[in-house]
Design a protein around this ligand. Structure first.
Ligand code: NAD
Length: 509
């Protein structure tokens, strides 16, 4: 291990500018990267933190630390690992208010959202610590006097690559399952929001999790690529864009390393004439505009049945116009900025082109007057276009911002066809009070995470993952734990006699 940054002691306050080192091998590490990376505050556009850029040497050192600690971590009894994970959950609970403020400052997401989300984070550690205890295999007597039984073993060092939209939630979903299963991890958080992942690594040390079990290297795509290629890494779990997913999948295939890929989406919200309309409008508003539309399952295509179409559009327009956009640190703020200037410009590009194409703008398009300290922030007005045809780019592309489209449909078949259009298969929600219709439609939807009469609900027990261009593998539930384990079999001879083949014995039957 080299260059520990002994003197670093972060302030648990997102206000002051702080320069974060890396965190691996159980301690802060100065890092060997040439120039630290500036991390901007999305609300103001000003530098909020600087973060050490991991060099290739740092990535190797972090992976070596993770590899060294695997044997000891795996050898611990599952219950002992669980106790340590529950300890970390306890620290998270204690520091929840400060963590929520940090996460809001780093992502630009309103503090109300981050308090709600952070409040649930410890549950992932507690859930996976619990179910790992209940991991059961099978056993069988098989022909010839043999007993065969199931064996699970961890992959070893797992690379966790995470995005910026829910830095802690997504990291903890992956990390809790990986660690409970007996793996160690090297985390590469998004370069746009890396600081809370570094704090979590330090809190894990305080919780008594052994050095080297959790390691964090910060940097951009090059750091991610170096991590994915590192020969210590035996499993890769990425949440990110589909383009990144394909690059990572190719690199993983090169070394025959399994991966879980949680990628992009273009989530449809299906509102039927039989929906409770005000509730569906409120649900669509939440689906599309929480996190400023920057979640992989953000409702971005609202498909509405003709009978309630115009009423839905008018009500939605009214609710969107009433959203309070502003400082994420204020409790009354409904919607903050998007993550970066590049994101803002991408969203505004969709907005401008939609307007030029004659799409019907029914809400948004103009920013509210923002206080002076926010004028440099990356704000996009929450916007709704109606009557958007299915061949329009707004209907097809993952915009990842608060710009949504509404499209009318007449029949159940047409709703399903529109919902299933496109290469993604991640989220969907169906709004109706007709229970028969709801289940019929859900059964035909190409989506891995579906809600009926709600949206965005996420729980450690509820499987999460897509197919097609939305990736493969699962977070949450037993599947996530088992994804972090290699399942094998052990066959035991229970008879006294050994069938010595080359001495004329039998190996069959
Ligand atoms: P991104 O793909 O730009 O980055 C994700 C992570 O991968 C970051 O840590 C990044 O530095 C790293 N990375 C980028 N290029 C890499 C490369 N060539 N090799 C290795 N690592 C590389 O994604 P983002 O902009 O941070 O996040 C937004 C995307 O994430 C959206 O497409 C969204 O839909 C998706 N997402 C999916 C889910 C899900 O559960 N399916 C959840 C949240 C976000």
């Amino acid at each position: 291990m080299h260059a520990p940054a002994d003197s670093f002691d972060p302030v648990l306050d997102p206000g002051p500018f702080q320069s974060f080192p890396l965190h691996y091998g159980g301690q802060w590490q100065a890092g060997r990267g040439a120039v630290p990376r500036k991390v901007l505050r999305p609300a103001t556009g000003s530098p909020g933190w600087s973060v050490a850029e991991a060099s290739a040497e740092d990535v190797e050192a972090a992976c070596a630390a993770a590899a060294t600690s695997v044997a000891g971590w795996t050898a611990l009894d599952t219950d002992e690992r669980g106790r340590l994970l529950r300890g970390l959950a306890g620290i998270l609970r204690e520091r929840m208010p400060e963590l929520a403020e940090f996460e809001a400052a780093v992502t630009g997401r309103p503090i109300r959202e981050m308090r709600a989300q952070m409040g649930r984070i410890p549950e992932w550690f507690e859930y996976f610590a619990g179910i790992a205890l209940g991991l059961e295999g099978g056993s069988n007597r098989v022909k010839g006097g043999f007993l065969t039984y199931t064996r699970y073993r961890p992959h070893g060092v797992c690379a966790l690559l995470t995005p910026w939209n829910h830095p802690i939630l997504i990291l903890v979903k992956k990390m809790a399952a990986a660690l409970a299963a007996g793996n160690t991890v090297v985390v590469k958080p998004s370069e746009l929001a890396p600081v809370t992942s570094l704090l979590l690594a330090q809190w894990a040390v305080e919780a008594g999790i052994p050095a080297g079990v959790i390691n964090v290297v910060t940097g951009g795509p090059e750091t991610g690529a170096a991590l994915v290629a590192n020969t210590h890494v035996a499993h890769i779990d990425l949440t990110g864009g589909t383009t990144t997913g394909k690059i990572v999948a190719r690199a993983a295939a090169e070394r025959m390393v399994p991966c879980t890929l949680e990628l992009g989406g273009k989530t449809p919200i299906l509102v039927f004439d039989s929906a409770e309309l005000d509730e569906a409008v409120a649900g669509a508003l939440f689906a599309g505009f929480v996190a400023a539309g920057q979640t992989c399952v953000s409702g971005s295509r609202f498909l509405v049945q003709r009978g309630v179409y115009e009423a839905f559009v008018q009500k939605l327009a009214g609710r969107v116009a009433a959203l309070r956009q502003g400082d994420p640190a204020q409790a009354e703020t409904d919607i903050g900025p998007v993550i970066s200037a590049a994101s803002r410009d991408r969203c505004m590009g969709y907005f401008e082109r939609a307007r030029a194409s004659g799409a019907r703008l029914v809400a948004g398009g103009v920013l509210p007057e923002l206080p002076a300290h926010l004028v440099g922030g990356f704000f996009v007005p929450p916007t709704v276009f109606a009557d958007v045809p299915p061949d329009h780019e707004m209907f097809r592309d993952e915009i990842f911002g608060p710009v949504v489209s509404v499209t009318a449909f007449d029949t159940e078949d047409e709703a399903v066809r529109l919902a299933n259009a496109g290469p993604y298969a991640l989220g969907a929600s169906v709004w109706t009070r007709d229970i028969l219709l709801a289940h019929r439609v859900v059964d035909r939807l190409k989506a891995g995470v579906v809600w009926i009469n709600d949206h965005h609900k996420n729980d450690p027990r509820s499987i999460w993952g897509g197919s097609g261009e939305s990736g493969y593998g699962h977070e949450n539930g037993w599947d996530a734990l088992k994804g972090y384990l290699i399942k094998g079999s052990v066959t035991v001879r229970t008879t006294d006699s050994f069938g010595d083949w080359f001495a004329g014995g039998s190996r069959y039957g």
